[in-house]
Ligand binder design. Structure first.
Ligand SMILES: Nc1ncnc2c1ncn2[C@@H]1O[C@H](COP(=O)(O)OP(=O)(O)O)[C@@H](O)[C@H]1O
Ligand SMILES: CC(C)(COP(=O)(O)O)[C@@H](O)C(=O)NCCC(=O)O
Length: 454
């Protein structure tokens, strides 16, 4: 498993303000209404990836290849493809040219058309699903290109091989008819939050490096420093985190919008909160304010900008710290507060606007996440979703905000496979044995999967 290494980043921003509060106290009725029963399949826990396992007889009831899991989100469609490592004799005989072509097309390219990408650095080897060992490939394309994807699927003859795809995300509903009409494929729809959690737990159990955190430099323990300014953030170091005993935790999925889930056990969670100010807002505002035309451009611009020319700081209002309530002068008092002045607007750069947008969105998410976590008495906050792709700046800001404003009580955690968990959760539905199994303790290879391993 190759690890993705983010570049260090530079930032100037604020932690969010105020002490932990209980403003999220809800009525029991509301809490009940928000709880959603989770019935995702119990998961195979840590498969011994290096062990050559004895061959097993072919599973005649297994669904035919190819196996995909799909998450058609508000911005990006994520496709996870399982490539079997060994193909048994019977399958080899049966394997059609079409199937071979699909496999070759998906695994030999890392770009599909203008906008489709395979995240080669995330590829996972030696994953076992339904007793089959193989490789997971992670592919994404803009949801606005679903039409082009369907045309491609038709041109590759997929319709003849696949009649059902396990799919999640809003697009699994929105585009259901198009899949039937264009390629005669049925979407077996799964709930996106069920799939998300199943995917997180599965991938983490397979990849010992999945979960990590950003460690601040030593001197950040001195609160007189300015830990959220460039000099300090560039010194944060990425470190692995052992997530083998994960419960309970808050899962914050930063996609187009943001969902926050309290996860108590693999099949016990509820959606506690959310915000419409998410990754879509960041990108939308960067397009509008800074003329960006891609997420990558917006992130690069933000990394080189300075939000203090855009945001009004406490010192801009007080001339220094607001000591009585511990608000330091360099905290943002008002996001975009300087932009009321025409002369400041005339001087501001695109990069500064992108940086201020990133800081505003990130801190708002951090603020809501912290309130939820402290209200629910949780210590760990796991952030995922593609907003964090190539975006170490937001991760470091979230890390700082969680820890600082909770006085060290909260820990921000991150996941290597960022936005792919919903799609993985869908793929797990091929593993029908796992549907029946009860919780398997983590880091123990379940006997069924050992037998089934080939
Ligand atoms: N290549 C990209 N194109 C567009 N947005 C991207 C890209 N990479 C990361 N993002 C960010 O990820 C967000 C989408 O995250 P994702 O988890 O895929 O959510 P969704 O399921 O809503 O599409 C976007 O709003 C944007 O902030
Ligand atoms: C509706 C969604 C679950 C869709 O998921 P997404 O495609 O954004 O990943 C998400 O955008 C969301 O939770 N929005 C926030 C809604 C709110 O709580 O205000």
């Amino acid at each position: 498993m190759r690890l993705h290494r983010c570049e260090g980043c530079l930032a100037a921003c604020r932690p969010e303000r105020g002490s932990p509060s209980r403003t999220l106290v809800r009525s029991n009725q509301l809490k009940k209404a928000r709880r959603s029963p989770y019935t995702a399949p119990p998961l195979v826990k840590e498969i011994k990836m290096a062990d050559p396992a004895p061959p097993t007889p072919p599973d005649n009831n297994a669904p035919p290849m190819p196996w995909f899991g799909m998450d058609i989100g508000g911005t990006l469609t994520k496709l996870v493809y399982f490539e079997p490592r060994e193909t048994n004799r019977r399958e080899l005989d049966k394997e059609t040219e079409v199937l071979k072509n699909i496999r070759r097309y998906l695994t030999r390219n890392s770009a599909y058309g203008k906008t489709g990408r395979r995240d080669v650095h995330l590829q996972m080897e030696n994953v076992t699903i339904r007793g089959r060992r193989g490789t997971l490939h992670f592919i994404r394309f803009p949801t606005s290109e679903v039409g082009a994807f369907l045309q491609l699927a038709r041109s590759k003859g997929m319709a003849a091989l696949v009649n059902t795809i396990y799919a999640t995300g809003g697009g699994a509903y929105k585009f259901e008819e198009d899949f039937i009409k264009e390629v005669n494929m049925r979407l077996s729809k799964l709930d996106e939050l069920d799939a998300l959690i199943a995917g997180v737990l599965f991938v983490d159990s397979m990849n010992p490096h999945e979960c990590y955190y950003w460690a601040p430099p030593e001197q950040l323990t001195d609160t007189k420093d300015t830990p959220y300014l460039e000099a300090a953030l560039s010194q944060y170091v990425r470190k692995p985190f052992d997530f083998s005993n994960p419960y309970p935790f808050l899962l914050v999925n930063i996609g187009s919008g943001v969902s926050m889930l309290v996860v108590n056990a693999p099949n016990d969670y509820y959606r506690v909160s959310g915000t419409s100010l998410g990754g879509g807002t960041f990108l939308g505002l960067c397009c509008l304010l800074a003329g960006c035309s891609s997420f990558e451009e917006a992130i690069a611009l933000a990394a080189s900008g300075d939000n203090t020319t855009v945001d009004k700081l406490v010192r801009d209002i007080y001339g220094g710290d607001y000591e009585r309530f511990g608000l330091r002068g360099d905290l943002v008092a008002s996001s975009f507060g300087h932009m009321c002045a025409a002369e400041r607007r005339a001087r501001v750069s695109r990069a500064d606007l992108a940086r201020a947008t990133l800081v505003t969105i990130t801190n708002n998410i951090g603020s809501i996440a912290r309130l939820c976590a402290s209200n629910e008495r949780l210590e760990r906050v796991v952030f995922c979703g593609n907003f964090l792709r190539v975006n170490p700046l937001s991760m470091k800001l979230l890390s700082y905000a969680m820890s600082y404003w909770s006085k060290g009580a909260l820990k921000a955690l991150f996941l290597e496979h960022e936005g792919y968990f919903g799609a993985v959760g869908c793929l797990l539905h091929y593993d029908n044995k796992n549907h029946k199994k009860q919780n398997v303790s983590r880091h123990a290879t379940p006997p069924e999967s050992r037998q089934a391993d080939r």
